[in-house]
Design a protein around this ligand. Sequence first.
Ligand SMILES: *Cc1c(COP(=O)(O)O)cnc(C)c1O
Ligand code: SF4
Length: 331
Amino acid sequence: MLPQPPVQSVPPIWKRIFRQNFRKWDALADFLDLSPQQRQSILTAPNFSLNLPLRLAQKIAKGTLDDPILKQFLPTTAESLSLPLFVADPVGDGCSRPSPKLLHKYDGRVLLICTSACAMHCRYCFRQNFDYEVNEKGFDNELALIAQDPSIHEVILSGGDPLSLSNRTLNNLIHNLAKIPHIKRLRFHTRFPIGIPERIDNDFLSLIGKAPFQIWFVIHVNHPKELDDEILEKLHALQKLRVMVLNQAVLLRGINDSVSTLKELCETLANHGILPYYLHQLDRVKGATHFEVPHCEGIALIQEITKQLPGYAVPKYVQEIAGEPSKTLLM
Ligand SMILES: *Cc1c(COP(=O)(O)O)cnc(C)c1O
Ligand code: SF4
């Protein structure tokens, strides 16, 4: 008798969609009908690779480089400009790591770097040079450190993007955190649903629904064009499970540094019960000089939208300053 072939397990739909991401600059340039001249400004072999989900690519205007989504994801020659204050680790993460995968900077909260993988690669990402220790499997060491410190009440799953992990891994993690009595809240910092909302599948919703602590879900949207009905429906499914959904955005030159764009973003979020939590001043990471908006302009923008929106729809304008005990309010 012939040996039986191994049972093929079908990968979840979101993983199959993830594999269709644009990872080659010329395929993206063809898809967007970019001219030979426009292609000249593309950085073809960047340190931080191109990675863009099809859903986001479909929202980009054709034949132009001047698109608020494209600018966030396309590596361009502007990244080659180096300025002395733009460095590899702008927020001093390297100094507050009790273990390679744990950051403990603020009272009561720890941030677990649970993966290096993301659904997309944002050019301004402050963690693009992070020294991920992904070879080590599992979180036993980190869970032990968290269990030993009763001052910790919240674990923030970050990365990379925690939704790059499988439902099985997330389920194990939640199960293990649930055994630690001083953990009262679990937070996800994720941009995954903006590129691949299919990630919020029924298995994920069911594991979230069973979690024994309050879940806070902090998404990352910078421009209203990134959102669509399917994404909002998935987030609504989480809200129905009494998950709190918040947004953080980064203030980015030429992308969301206008009153009309910021207002539309915050208002759209508010219309769907998503709280605009933070507007971050850009972290000065190497290669991101062209994204910076000066503080004074950021303050003027916030002052203006404060006049036009309800208080809850105005995000806190903050900056992360290495060594400070919290994010620093800029106004
Ligand atoms: C930003 C951040 C947090 C969360 O800060 P909040 O103000 O609670 O949102 C926690 N840990 C680290 C290391 C951070 O960078
Ligand atoms: S999704 Fe978040 S962690 Fe990943 S590249 Fe973008 S900003 Fe960085």
